[in-house]
Design a binder for this molecule. Structure first.
Ligand code: UDP
Length: 245
C-alpha cells in the first residue's frame, strides 16, 4: 500500500492544475491516474494494473477522500482531493486558452458526441480533433487513430482498469500529450448524469450520492472499501512495529 502513497501527488489541487498546464505548454507527456480506494484494491489483485500505477511515468492523484484520509493515517499527508471531473473541466479551459487539441474516447455514442458539442460551444478555441464511443469492438484501432492525430490532451472514459491499461500500452507511441483515464466524467460533463450537489461535495459525500443514484455500484464499492480500510490499518500497525511494507 505504501508504495502507492509514496508516489501519489501530495500538493494542492491548484498546484496540480498549474503543473498540468505547464506540461501542455511544454508539450511534455503526462499520464494521470485519478485514483480512489477501489483503484488501489483493483491494483492489489492485478499485477498488470499494479505495474501501471507504480511506473515512474504514471502520476497518481487522489480523486477520493478515502485516499486523503488513508494518507494522513500513514503520515503521507496528501493535502486534498483532486477530482477527475474537475481536472477534465480544467483541461477544456486550458485547451481553449492555448488553442490546443483534445481527443475524447469512451462512454456511449450519445454521451461522447454531446460532450463534443458542449466543448465546441463552451470552449470555442479548444479543438476536438476526434472522438469515439467506448463500445467499439477494436479499441486499439481507435488508439492507432489517436496516435496519428497527436492530440495535446487524450481523455479515455472506459472505466477502471481498462482505460489505464489501454493508455499505458500505447504511451510509448506518443511524443507529447496529457493522458487521463476519466471514468464516468463524460457522463457528467455532457449533462447526461448529475453530479452531487455542491454541499455534499464539500463535506466529501459525493460517493454516497453516487451510490444512491446507482445502487448497482454498492457491492463493488463496499467490498473494495472495506478491504481498503483493513489494509490501511494493517499498514499502520506494521509501521508501528517497525516493519516497512
Ligand atoms: N464504458 C465504455 N465502454 C465500456 C465500458 C464502460 O465506454 O466497455 C464507459 C461507460 O459508459 C462510462 C465509463 O466508461 O461512461 C465508466 O464509468 P464508471 O463511472 O463506471 O467508471 P469507473 O468507476 O469504473 O471509473
Amino acid at each position: 500500500m505504501q508504495k502507492y502513497f509514496e508516489k501519489m501527488y501530495k500538493d494542492s489541487e491548484n498546484n496540480f492544475h498549474k503543473l498540468v498546464k505547464e506540461n501542455i505548454i511544454a508539450e511534455n507527456k503526462m499520464f494521470i491516474v485519478t485514483a480512489n480506494p477501489e483503484t488501489l484494491m483493483i491494483a492489489e489483485n492485478s499485477i498488470d494494473f499494479k505495474n501501471v500505477l507504480l511506473d515512474n511515468k504514471t502520476t497518481i492523484i487522489a480523486d477520493g477522500i478515502g485516499l486523503v484520509k488513508g494518507s494522513k493515517i500513514l503520515k503521507y499527508n496528501i493535502k486534498e482531493t483532486i477530482p477527475g471531473v474537475d481536472l477534465c473541466s480544467k483541461l477544456f479551459e486550458y485547451c481553449n486558452e492555448l488553442e490546443k487539441s483534445i481527443f475524447l474516447f469512451g462512454a456511449k455514442e450519445e454521451v461522447v458526441s454531446r460532450l463534443k458539442n458542449v466543448i465546441n460551444s463552451n470552449y470555442p478555441n479548444a479543438i476536438v480533433c476526434g472522438y469515439e464511443n467506448g463500445y467499439v469492438e477494436n479499441k486499439q484501432s481507435v488508439f492507432n487513430k489517436i496516435i496519428e492525430l497527436k492530440p495535446d490532451v487524450v481523455l479515455v472514459a472506459l472505466g477502471i482498469p481498462d482505460q489505464e491499461l489501454l493508455i499505458y500500452s500505447n504511451l510509448g507511441k506518443f511524443e507529447k500529450g496529457i493522458f487521463v483515464g476519466v471514468g464516468g466524467s463524460f457522463d457528467v460533463l455532457s449533462g447526461f448524469k448529475k453530479r452531487a450537489p455542491k454541499f455534499l461535495r464539500k463535506i466529501h459525500l459525493e460517493w454516497l450520492y453516487r451510490l444512491l443514484k446507482e445502487p448497482k455500484r454498492c457491492k463493488r464499492f463496499f467490498s473494495n472499501n472495506v478491504k481498503y480500510i483493513f489494509r490501511i490499518r494493517s499498514c499502520k500497525n506494521r509501521r508501528k512495529n517497525g516493519k516497512n511494507r
